[in-house]
Ligand binder design. Structure first.
Ligand SMILES: *[C@@H]1O[C@H](CO)[C@@H](O)[C@H](O)[C@H]1NC(C)=O
Ligand SMILES: *[C@@H]1O[C@H](CO)[C@@H](O)[C@H](O)[C@H]1NC(C)=O
Length: 534
């Protein structure tokens, strides 16, 4: 009943006030947005911030020309070429370098609001910025401006060659152009360009970390990294330089010349290129770029060894979910579980060629002498969660501290009706799987019902914590009924964290036995890290 009444009031207000679509005057021309219908804010959808070079769609993107006429910012459906995860179709076009801006109605050029910029995840091969997943209403309710952006993925975003035309990390450079655009233009939308926080999850968190590590100018003041930092073993790869040849071959051109292959691939429809990319073993990931005159380099050294001068005095909020690998391990039939995961995972970072014991030490820590069985399913899950997400975040905490950053640390453990990945897989076992927290930050359209009271409380809490951080640099500037705790930054000797569950609690050093084992393992085997072997 209550909901009905609220709706009625809303209807009356709406019909009494004719809707006027917001028009913003920017340095690049007029941009017309839309009034939102689910909150007190306006939306500027699908603003192009860069343009893919048609002659070299695998290379750096180009500035977008100024608008001659009013740009109608009303379409957030652009998606960069990919096989998207919701119905497994290959979709997308190269006219995808768009961003979306959501502005609370109280923001004006005189009352500027802080800005929060989202970089989506998806392993650098899938994902998009639109409202289908990233409905903004919970975050804009917090009186901050939200921006979400697309970047190129897979072969178009992460082909990495020893040539100046495709030197690598094009998708991250797309993000960089978006951040430059935001810094330059967000004031026109009532945003405070001196108060920008960038945040991302998984590959988005890794991306955020790369923006901190890079030598480029600092386009943000604070960062939030959810379940992903540049220390993740999968965050960097020594990419296969012959990828264009393999792609061209699948698409009908037999050549051993990378440049011929690239020229040919530039003429092929993106959906065919994506289809071919799924059939070759080559992967497309961030890479360490070679030096080329006149080419802007984004990743210059291995993240394990990078100094982070930009971290000095930067406020950082980071953490991960308490059961990062839950969904994959619930789904996997026992026949697909294997003890080989120890070797294959460790080999991503360590040179195992001269030391057979390395793998067995880690395996014995997690599963003893057991063979694969239902009993050890969850031990394997813990190893992959620790190695892939938890321990990399843990290592990052120390890196940030050493470089003068100030870090708020969280674990998200809540299991409710909007755990993004569990919900999609019909899994109700407790715990929070990778990406589950997204359902509490964004109003994703996959949820057919409005949030339960308990879920709404978690939404209100996490969005208030994140927004307080954006506004005040402190997620709990004062204790309130909603946030009845004080969440302090970590120190080297006290890894205090906020556990975000049904209740909020402060604890210290999560999963300390597993993390400390891995700390020791990394310390003892530093000389075997591939990153340290040149
Ligand atoms: C677009 O790519 C082609 C082929 O690599 C290159 O020659 C050209 O300079 C690029 N265009 C711009 C404007 O950079
Ligand atoms: C989850 O359950 C719903 C309803 O029973 C069903 O339609 C859907 O296919 C299931 N999804 C998965 C991934 O099993």
């Amino acid at each position: 009943m209550k909901i009905l009444v609220v709706n009625l009031v809303l209807l009356v207000t709406v019909s009494a006030l004719p809707r006027i679509d917001p028009l913003v005057d920017t340095k690049i021309g007029l941009i017309r947005g839309l009034q939102a219908t689910d909150g007190d804010y306006s939306m500027f959808l699908g603003i192009p911030f860069a343009k893919v070079n048609a002659s070299n769609p695998f290379g750096p993107s180009l500035p977008y020309p100024d608008f001659d006429d009013v740009f109608e910012a009303n379409d957030d459906t652009a998606i960069c070429p990919q096989r998207e995860e919701f119905d497994n179709q290959i979709v997308g076009t190269l006219d995808c370098l768009h961003l979306n801006i959501y502005v609370p109605n109280k923001a004006t050029t005189r009352n500027k609001l802080p800005v929060l910029v989202w970089i989506h995840g998806g392993g650098f091969f899938i994902g998009f910025a639109g409202r289908f997943i990233h409905g903004p209403k919970y975050l804009v309710k917090q009186d901050i401006i939200l921006v979400t952006l697309n970047y190129r993925l897979g072969p178009y975003g992460f082909m990495c060659l020893d040539t100046p035309e495709v030197s690598g990390n094009q998708g991250l450079k797309d993000q960089l152009l978006a951040l430059r655009w935001i810094k330059e233009h967000i004031d026109s939308f009532g945003g405070d360009s001196n108060k920008i926080t960038i945040f991302g999850e998984s590959a988005g968190g890794v991306s955020v970390d790369y923006h901190l590590l890079s030598k480029q100018e600092k386009l943000f003041n604070q960062i939030i990294l959810q379940s992903g930092t540049a220390q993740c073993p999968w965050a960097i790869e020594d990419s296969d330089r012959s990828a264009p040849i393999a792609l061209a071959k699948r698409l009908g051109l037999d050549t051993d010349d990378v440049n011929d292959a690239l020229k040919f691939l530039a003429t092929v429809q993106p959906d065919l290129v994506i289809a071919a990319s799924l059939e070759i073993p080559n992967t497309f990931m961030p890479c360490i770029e070679k030096d080329f005159e006149g080419v802007e380099k984004f990743i210059a050294s291995h993240p394990i060894n990078s100094a982070i001068p930009k971290a000095k005095d930067v406020l950082i909020l980071t953490g991960y979910n308490n059961q990062e690998m839950l969904v994959p391990y619930v789904i996997r039939p026992i026949s697909t579980l294997s003890l080989n995961i120890f070797k294959s995972n460790l080999a991503m970072m360590f040179d195992l060629s001269n030391d057979e014991d390395l793998e067995s030490i880690v395996r014995q820590f997690y599963v003893g002498d057991e063979e694969v069985s239902e009993e050890i399913r969850w031990n394997l899950m813990d190893f992959e969660a620790d190695y892939t997400f938890g321990h990399p975040v843990h290592r990052s905490l120390y890196k940030y501290l050493e470089n003068g950053g100030k870090v708020y640390y969280y674990i998200f453990s809540y299991s409710g009706g909007r755990n993004f990945v569990k919900y999609r897989n019909n899994i109700t076992i407790g715990g929070a799987s990778h990406a589950d927290e997204i359902g509490y930050l964004f109003d994703a359209s996959i949820f057919k019902e409005s949030p339960s009271e308990e879920d709404q409380l978690v939404i209100d809490r996490i969005t208030t914590l994140w927004a307080n951080f954006v506004k005040y640099g402190d997620p709990t500037p004062e204790t309130t009924d909603l946030l009845p705790i004080k969440w302090d930054p970590i120190t080297k000797d006290a890894l205090t964290y906020l556990d975000i569950d049904k209740e909020l609690t402060i604890s210290s050093r999560p999963f300390h036995k597993r993390t400390t084992f891995l700390d020791l393992f990394y310390k003892a085997n530093q000389h075997l890290l591939k990153a340290n072997q040149g």
